[in-house]
Design a protein around this ligand. Structure first.
Ligand code: NAD
Length: 486
């Protein structure tokens, strides 16, 4: 038995996790139809997930509308108490849920625990931000205030790369401001989110949080549904555009967190050995399947070869394999379609004559494993540089003039994040502010904070999540004008 087969044998079987249910109106519900959920480390189904019907979506939306009436009347402090209870229930379930998250998503068990811990923190941190009415005018004629009201029912649609850390902020922000929620996780990774719904049955009033699993058609029904007031969507640019078009039918409010093709620009004053580990981490985190991972690395000509050597050495050291093997540092690509897409980009890269320094191919055997890949002597005009590969592949691009590097970094329809790496912090900040992206960093890349708005420019998104700005996106502005009697 090979190493990964041994790890797979350690993976929990279906009986360990039991049956999975939607959460509709505070109760577990199954469906007539089911679909298989595949463990990406084996390529084999390991669980069956209920597939919600349109009628079940209608009941979830109806329950959320009923629950909205009393929920919106609670104070922020009362809703925060409920959220903390759900956060506590999640915290107590981490040891049970981490193996489930590893089984469906593929990430190493330690990273699954980390994702769940980060989600627990979001319950607390996002519900600490206060939204107060603003006084716009107060004089002899009267008083004008700007209030923010709960919007109604939020449809939250999530992808497969970090399912819990992306579902929880949508849930937390919406519930905290007084909205109620229907969540639909990705059909590739629905199970841990369904379990979160089951936890909510114990601590939240019925209907406040509904979780329904299903395919892309269920996502489409959510975007069209007349009982839903806002869509908070995280996923690809192509689907985001469909969501926006479909939501226009009922003029829903829409927040879109979409793909990125983030550039990092390394100036000539850094020591490659010093920054390479951080660059590597920011590019290969979650096997490169992070919206704001570094996807194009621009390195100054004078340190280019040394940087390529450092990165290739780190890639060779990474241990790719089944997330249940404790020595593994990098899991598989999450699904077959994405795996084939990344392999297609690698094939295209070979045709361009670029130098593949390490990796460049699938690992033989079961599962969707691709060796971490560093590509040198590559430039714009190739699929690897121009598209979002969303896998463990990093193109290292040579530049000589930093203004030219900034221009090339900005020459894209994406605009999620970008970074500058330098010892000259002032210069770094000035250059970072010229990157056309929702978040720009100096000497770091990747990461969100509850108090800091996050979102994309251009085709990387619409609106912001997190912070007061994000919370207001889950609310409706209302002006209240009071004329002084006179
Ligand atoms: P995807 O767009 O294929 O799917 C995302 C979700 O949308 C899934 O739940 C899917 O079932 C649903 N869906 C599909 N078609 C739909 C439709 N017509 N209407 C409504 N819903 C529909 O994305 P993915 O492949 O699961 O995720 C990877 C993408 O997500 C990458 O592009 C990545 O960059 C992006 N992403 C962005 C962020 C961010 O915050 N900006 C974070 C993580 C991932």
């Amino acid at each position: 038995m090979g190493h990964s087969q041994a790890a797979a044998a350690n993976a929990p079987g279906l009986s360990r996790f039991g049956e999975f249910f939607h959460t509709i109106d505070g109760k577990p519900e199954s469906s007539g139809a089911h679909f298989d959920v595949i463990n990406p480390s084996t390529g084999q189904p390991f669980a069956r997930c209920p597939d919600a019907s349109r009628a079940q979506l209608d009941s979830a939306v109806a329950a959320a509308r009923r629950a909205f009436v009393p929920w919106r009347e609670l104070s922020f402090a009362q809703r925060r108490e409920y959220l903390l209870k759900l956060g506590q229930a999640l915290k107590e379930s981490i040891e049970e849920l981490a193996p489930l998250l590893t089984s469906e998503q593929g990430k190493p068990l330690a990273r699954a625990r980390e994702e769940l811990n980060r989600a627990v923190a979001q319950f607390d941190l996002l519900s600490r931000i206060e939204i107060k009415p603003e006084v716009l005018r107060d004089d002899a004629q009267g008083r004008t205030e700007l209030h923010y009201r709960p919007l109604g029912v939020v449809g939250a649609i999530t992808p497969w790369n970090v399912p819990i850390v992306l579902a929880v902020p949508k849930i937390t922000q919406a519930l905290y401001v007084g909205d109620t929620v229907v969540v639909k996780p990705s059909p590739y990774t629905p199970l841990t989110t369904l379990k979160l719904g089951e936890l909510a049955q114990r601590v939240l009033p019925p209907g406040v949080l509904n979780v329904v699993a299903g395919g892309n058609d269920l996502g489409q029904w959510i975007t069209e549904h007349p009982g839903i007031d806002k869509i908070s969507f995280t996923g690809s640019v192509a689907t985001g555009k469909r969501v926006l078009a479909s939501a226009a039918g009922t003029l829903k409010r829409v927040t879109l967190e979409l793909g990125g093709n983030d550039a990092a620009i390394v100036l000539d004053d850094v020591k490659p050995a010093q920054v390479a580990p951080r660059l590597f981490q920011a590019a290969f985190v979650n096997s490169g399947q992070v919206c704001m991972a570094i996807k194009r690395l621009y390195v100054h000509d004078s340190i280019y070869d040394a940087m390529c050597d450092e990165l290739a050495a780190l890639a060779r050291k990474a241990r790719v394999g089944d997330g249940f093997d404790p020595d593994v540092t990098m899991g598989p690509v999450q699904n077959k379609m994405q795996y084939e897409r990344v392999l297609g980009i690698l094939e295209d890269t070979r045709q361009t004559g670029a130098r593949i320094l390490t990796g460049g191919q699938a690992r033989p055997g079961d599962g969707y494993f691709i060796e971490p890949t560093i590509v040198a002597d590559i430039a714009e005009g190739t699929r690897l540089v121009d598209e979002e590969p969303f896998g463990p592949v990093l193109p290292v691009i040579r530049y000589t003039d930093v203004d030219d590097a900034i221009r090339r970094a900005n020459d894209t329809r994406f605009g999620l994040g970008g970074s500058i790496w330098t010892n000259d912090l002032e210069r770094g900040e000035a250059l970072a502010s010229r990157l056309e992206a929702g978040t720009t960093w100096v000497n770091q890349h990747v990461g969100t904070e509850p108090g800091v708005p996050f979102g994309g420019c251009k085709e990387s998104g619409l609106g912001r999540e997190y912070s007061e700005l994000g919370l207001k996106g889950y609310m409706e502005a209302q002006v209240v004008k009071v004329a002084r009697a006179g």
